[in-house]
Design a binder for this molecule. Structure first.
Ligand SMILES: NC(=O)c1ccc[n+]([C@@H]2O[C@H](COP(=O)([O-])OP(=O)(O)OC[C@H]3O[C@@H](n4cnc5c(N)ncnc54)[C@H](OP(=O)(O)O)[C@@H]3O)[C@@H](O)[C@H]2O)c1
Length: 317
């Protein structure tokens, strides 16, 4: 299987490249070869590659800057996926794409005002430009009629790149006190967790060949939008407390540790508004693919254990 994988200089793309390397030939163009903001060049590039599957974790992910750079955000997050989907349709291949909890406005609650997790059927109403651009990308893929899987995930982190986990580990060494938002709820997702789940899905797709099930049938049975994060929910403040706690146990941080205090979002204004409730219901993914999801706490611990073992081998890290 020839897989065209975008965005491999990013957090998720990098993990996917590692996870999928044994499943076939993985083509990993860098931005110089495939610039997704140069939409006229995308179709030509895909036709040259002749992939059997396209996986698109690349995205414009600067949520606050997107408020000012909406044209670029829409080019990369909506126009580029539109063309990838059209090309997938022409080639008769599938497209795996990633989207976000930010397609929702975070207001979903029950009659008692308790947070309720969003299902794939809930109405989208993004609060910011980034969310709107990602939603437009999703809609274009669905409308293109290509075989597709769209995984909406949230709060992505890894041992690499720009993310909340690495920011907290750095700040914990620099500061004695951290004030972290505690009224936005969701589920942190490591790229290791996400790429492992995607690998299992691609393996299921590949096994259709062994069982003589037509790939088209598999896509017809599985295509759609799925919520994909670990289980459980937390808020940014609790997430940072857990990061610091585990990091100390694993010798990634040493005492004195900073005091971590919760603050409301209103005390930490940002250019882009964020949803208060980012909790996603994952039962559709679980039922359709039969894959059990670990808790966000287990996933965090595995990520930090991986970082600790790298540090043990090379203390300069
Ligand atoms: N990060 C989160 O918290 C989060 C939450 C929910 C959903 N998601 C979604 O998950 C996916 C992966 O996110 P991530 O955190 O791994 O993103 P990331 O680390 O910011 O990586 C983004 C990737 O996209 C590439 N890219 C951006 N603009 C490009 C362009 N014009 N042409 C070619 N490549 C371009 C980047 O390349 P360069 O290195 O060249 O810039 C980079 O490789 C995205 O679809 C994102 O929307 C992320």
């Amino acid at each position: 299987m020839r897989i065209l994988l975008t965005g491999t200089s990013g957090q998720l793309g990098r993990s996917l490249a590692k996870a999928l390397q044994d499943l076939g030939e993985v083509l990993t163009p860098q931005r110089a070869e495939l610039d997704l903001s140069d939409v006229d060049s995308i179709a030509h590039y895909v036709q040259l590659c002749k992939p059997d599957l396209i996986i698109n974790p690349a995205a414009y992910t600067a949520v606050d800057l997107a408020e000012k750079e909406s044209e670029l955000a829409f080019l990369v997050n909506a126009e580029a996926p539109t063309i990838l989907a059209q090309e997938a349709k022409k080639l008769g291949i599938g497209l795996i794409h990633f989207s976000t909890d930010y397609v929702f406005d975070g207001s979903k609650s029950d009659a008692n005002g308790e947070r309720v997790a969003y299902t794939e059927e809930d109405a989208c109403a993004p609060l910011n430009v980034y969310g709107a651009s990602k939603l437009a990308g999703e809609q274009a893929i669905v409308n293109s009629g290509c075989a597709h899987l769209i995984f909406r995930t949230s709060w992505v982190y890894s041992d690499f790149g720009k993310n909340f986990l690495l920011t907290i580990l750095r700040l914990a060494k620099e500061k004695t006190e951290l004030n972290i938002v505690n009224d936005q709820w969701g589920t942190p997702s490591s790229t290791l967790f996400l790429s492992d789940a995607v690998k299992q899905v691609v393996l299921q797709l590949q096994s259709t060949e062994a069982h003589a099930v037509a790939k088209e049938t598999w896509w017809q049975q599985h295509q759609g939008i799925y919520h994909l994060t670990p289980t459980g929910t937390t808020n940014w403040c609790e997430f940072s407390q857990r990061i610091v706690e585990h990091a100390e146990q694993l010798d990634l941080l040493s005492a004195p540790l900073p005091k971590i205090q919760g603050i409301p979002s209103s005390a930490y204004p940002t250019p882009a508004q964020r949803p208060k409730n980012s909790c996603l219901d994952k039962s559709k993914f679980n039922q359709k693919f039969g894959i059990q999801l670990p808790s966000w706490g287990q996933v965090l611990l595995s990520c930090l254990q991986g970082m600790a073992s790298v540090k043990l081998q090379d203390p300069a890290n």
